[in-house]
Write a protein that binds this ligand. Structure first.
Ligand code: HEM
Length: 438
């Protein structure tokens, strides 16, 4: 095993290293590591050597300034590439750079503004199905919105009957992706065979949609931007297979994280009736029947702060992982090539020096303009060249459904606090709420 000079993080046991501590109580373990005061600590998950970085400035070095040395590589990303192919979210740096450059027009502000009415339609469809007095589970209740609105905003030319089938395929892939972290590489061809029907359904949808886009260059939808010529290949539109890969990447990257953020937000609002009422008043003033356009959302600054605070307290992507692809130095420690580097947005977001009373839900801690890009302690969307390209899209999607819901319904807690399940994202389990007419 390569030699690592950093001090050992607390909680290691023989053979499995820190894996049991990380599986049993990840956030408790992260706080114990932060309390040691060591900015770089040695971590071992089974036989894989790694380091945990607890200093936000060093995390910035890994994610932003030294991307030549730290890349998405190692066990999880290697396995994910076997299953999904070299798609955007898992591709190594140089290929990712090319894929992202091509994606840029899809996330231009005008595309997000255009996508909001489709989100609003799906949000209304969801909320109209609810009844007063009904008890819901936050994750289950919002799942149809999350998956349908993702398909609809990316590929609006897909027929309505097809949306639910594609949403189910996307849900199926998402619920199995964490197996790439747990299973050995030799199990990946088997996992790939199990998931192939869902993957092919998504790729086929794009192939069917593409000719419709080519017939109508003004067609809406995020992926429509990709069917036009891009800066890399002037005059050379992408093939159906390439656009299909983007569709799969975006559905994979957006689904679970948006789903979890939304469920956590509903949980916090149910437990803070004063904040819920303040948002309901804001909505009543800005868009009494619920939002219909992006302009409506911009008149709801307190709802925005509430989402920002939810992502601080419960960042869906609670751990980011990179691997040293060459020998590197970090915080005065030598890292041999192949060392995994773990950085936890959850841990940074709970640092009392940056966020007083970090366990409290306090949207008012944020200025109306939201967090500053210079703040290296706030990382719900990551940072650097791999930062989430869908951040504004996600903020709009969560705001749309929350505002539509609160325009009509009041949420109350129904039962004890949810348990947290930590996989690639952290989700609330058994988050029970009661719906009452407003
Ligand atoms: C609240 C919702 C969301 C959260 C918290 C979130 C968070 C993140 C984070 C932390 C990363 C960086 C991962 C890393 O550096 O290892 C990421 C990457 C990514 N996200 Fe999001 N995301 C959200 C929604 C979305 C949406 C709606 C889309 C697309 C429509 C999207 C597309 C992507 C893609 C494609 C990547 C991979 C980027 C790359 O590797 O270059 N995300 N997201």
């Amino acid at each position: 095993m390569p030699h690592l000079s950093a001090p050992l993080a607390p909680g290691a046991v023989p053979f499995a290293g820190h894996a049991p501590a990380l599986l049993r109580d990840p956030t408790g373990w992260l706080s114990r590591c932060a309390e040691t005061g060591h900015p770089v600590q040695q971590v071992r998950l089974w036989n894989r050597p790694g380091v945990l970085v607890t200093d936000p400035e060093l995390a910035h070095t890994v994610l932003v300034t030294r991307t030549d040395a730290f890349d998405k590589d190692g066990h999880f990303y290697g396995n994910a590439r076997t299953v999904l192919g070299d798609i955007l979210g898992v591709a190594p740096g140089p290929l990712n750079l090319r894929l992202r450059r091509r994606l840029q027009p899809a996330f231009h502000r005008t595309r997000i503004v255009e996508a909001v009415p489709a989100m609003c339609l799906e949000a209304r469809r969801l909320v109209e199905g609810w009844r007063a007095g009904r008890r819901i589970d936050a994750m289950e209740a919002v799942a149809p919105y999350v998956h349908r609105s993702a398909v609809r905003t990316m590929l609006p030319v897909v027929p309505t009957a097809e949306v639910d089938r594609l949403a189910a395929a996307s849900e199926r892939l998402l619920s199995s992706l964490y197996l790439c972290a747990l299973l050995p590489a030799r199990a990946m061809p088997l996992l790939e065979r199990r998931l192939r029907p869902a993957l092919e359904a998504l790729r086929r949808a794009e192939a069917t949609a593409l000719p419709k886009y080519r017939d109508d260059p003004r067609a809406a939808g995020l992926l429509a931007a990709l069917t036009a010529a891009g800066p890399d290949d002037p005059g050379e539109p992408l093939s159906a297979a390439e656009v299909g890969d983007y569709f799969v990447s975006l559905l994979m990257a957006s689904g679970e994280s948006t789903h979890s953020a939304l469920a956590w937000l509903l949980h916090h609002l149910a437990r803070h009736q004063d904040l819920q009422q303040r948002i309901a008043d804001e909505i009543a003033e800005a868009a009494p029947d619920g939002p219909g356009t992006h302009a409506d959302l911009s008149r709801m600054p307190f709802l925005h702060s509430t989402i920002v605070e939810t992502l601080r307290l419960r960042p869906p992507t609670w751990m980011l992982v990179r691997t040293a692809v060459r020998p590197a130095e970090l915080g005065g420690h030598r890292l041999p090539a192949g060392t995994d580097v773990y950085l936890s947005p959850h841990q940074f977001h709970h640092d009392p020096a940056a966020y007083p009373d970090p366990a409290d839900f306090v949207p008012a801690r944020w200025p109306e303009s939201g967090p500053s890009a210079r703040d290296h302690t706030y990382l719900p969307f990551g940072a650097g060249p791999r930062k989430c390209p869908g951040d504004h899209f996600a903020m709009a999607s969560v705001a749309v459904v929350t505002a539509t819901l609160l325009a009509k319904w009041r949420l109350l807690p129904a039962g004890s606090a949810p348990r947290v399940r930590f996989r690639t994202v952290q989700v609330p389990v058994r988050c029970r709420l009661t719906v009452r007419a407003r």
